[in-house]
Write a protein that binds this ligand. Structure first.
Ligand SMILES: Cc1cc2nc3c(=O)[nH]c(=O)nc-3n(C[C@H](O)[C@H](O)[C@H](O)COP(=O)(O)OP(=O)(O)OC[C@H]3O[C@@H](n4cnc5c(N)ncnc54)[C@H](O)[C@@H]3O)c2cc1C
Length: 416
């Protein structure tokens, strides 16, 4: 049922409207590096000591992880008391890909290209994955005014110099080829009338390098990858979870124990190569935060790999997206893409103040939202959820009538 805005929200809307004209001609200033650090340390959930515990077992022993993940890493195997005969092989392949999202499907296609006998096993259906939900787009430095070096600087700086340089290098160097690969497979990226890719800014970018497919970038990418997997007749075992990695006598991965989620039966997959592509952990709801993640994102791969002896990287950090819906409650947690901010929408507190630049990096903007709410400048929505305004009317005031329709955005109001 539609519930109109309560009085407190209406009063705040008036303040937002009253400051809009001034805000249109004044862009909020960028924070200095020191200001960002201070904001993150005080308000980013990664810095909340009570939300973390020490890992007591395995390769990351002695390091910290979110309480929810630590509990999983400490748990005993669900097959500890099962009698599974691993000499009875149900599936025998060269490459076993665990996870049917964008990463798993791409990997399966490339393994197939290389002539391998490949199989995907996935917890839900192929494409029931976070990849399907991505909105804003993919960054790649493939325009004349841009370069992988520039992308590297943005990315490494945006990560506060904490990322592994070799991983960032690989990401920025291979991104243009990844876009080309997807384009040639049939992904319908946004293009100008002359066929050139349209690119926009993302948070923390110094160049417009975001490639999108309207507001459905992930859905379009997943559609294409799924078609490709199915057209090549790569076997996909659906509604089946990998629950444990099998290792050979040398301690190398040699397959996985699979659980059919519908029948509860276990099966054994043998493989020369095992790829874990099970995506993220949003559905663990670390620190009670809502999530935009799909239901399969429960850190399975982290636990599978860890139990097999693989160290985790950045297990003590998770990305909090600054703009998800706080009101109305029915769609709480749904993502509002960054692209909305890249074309003019501002983050505005209950007093009508654009308290931060909308294109600071996600960690900084998420911390800003939390600060405004904790310090009493947030808007309280029915049900008690606090958030700030994402002032979307700015988009058409700045870009002209029809901008939203042209860009096909999903728009929402209060976010956290
Ligand atoms: C709402 C939203 C918007 C986003 N927007 C963007 C964006 O604009 N740009 C961007 O770059 N990124 C974006 N992201 C992030 C991006 O979508 C992900 O980083 C990326 O899609 C991850 O791909 P993946 O294949 O690793 O994981 P996924 O796409 O999540 O696929 C993982 C698959 O593994 C399966 N699985 C899980 N556990 C098991 C198991 N035990 N056994 C078998 N299968 C298992 C899952 O069911 C799923 O099918 C967004 C994410 C969300 C949720």
């Amino acid at each position: 049922m539609y519930t109109p805005y309560p009085e407190n929200m209406m009063e705040s809307i008036k303040k937002v409207e009253a400051t809009r004209e001034k805000r249109m001609s004044t862009e909020p200033r960028r924070l200095t590096a020191d200001e960002k650090d201070a904001l993150l340390k005080e308000f980013h959930p990664d810095y909340n000591p009570e939300a973390f515990a020490e890992i007591k077992v395995g390769a990351n022993k002695g390091q910290k992880a979110p309480l929810e993940l630590t509990k999983m890493l400490h748990s005993t195997s669900r097959i500890a008391n099962e009698k599974i005969d691993i000499t009875k092989i149900d599936y025998d392949v060269d490459v076993l890909v665990i996870g049917g999202g964008g990463a798993g499907s791409s990997c399966a296609i490339e393994a197939h290209n290389a002539g391998a006998n490949v199989m995907i096993v996935t917890k839900l259906r192929i494409g029931d994955a976070n990849t399907m939900m991505a909105e804003g787009g993919i960054q790649a430095a493939d325009k004349e005014n841009d370069s992988p070096v520039q992308h590297y600087l943005d990315c490494f700086g945006g990560g506060h110099f904490a990322a592994r340089p070799e991983l960032v290098k690989r990401l920025v160097m291979e991104a243009p080829d990844a876009i080309k690969w997807l384009n040639e497979l049939g992904v319908m990226f946004d293009k100008d009338t002359d066929g050139r890719m349209v690119t926009t800014h993302g948070g923390g970018t110094s160049r417009k390098r975001m490639h999108a497919c309207k507001d459905y970038s992930g859905a379009e990418i997943m559609r294409t990858l799924r078609d490709e997997v199915l057209n090549r007749q790569i076997p996909v075992v659906e509604f089946t979870s990998a629950v444990e990695i099998i290792k050979d006598e040398k301690g190398q991965a040699a397959g996985a124990i699979l659980l059919n989620m519908e029948t509860g039966d276990y099966s054994v997959a043998r493989a020369k190569t095992v790829v874990i592509a099970t995506g993220g952990a949003g559905r663990m709801h670390y620190q009670g935060f809502p999530t935009s993640n799909h239901y399969g994102a429960t850190a399975d791969g982290l636990v599978l790999g860890y139990r097999a002896g693989v160290p985790l990287l950045y297990q003590d950090s998770i990305q909090y997206h600054p703009t998800g819906v706080a009101h109305p409650v029915q769609i709480r947690g749904a993502l509002v893409t960054e692209k909305v901010r890249s074309v003019g929408a501002q983050l505005v507190n209950a007093e009508g103040e654009a308290y931060i630049h909308p294109l600071e990096t996600r960690d900084v903007n998420a911390s800003g939202v939390i600060r405004e709410c904790r310090e009493g400048r947030g808007v309280e929505a029915p049900g008690g959820q606090k958030g700030v305004w994402l002032d979307t009317p700015m988009i058409e005031l700045l870009g002209g009538e029809g901008t939203i329709e042209k860009r096909e955005f999903l728009l929402c109001s209060v976010c956290i």
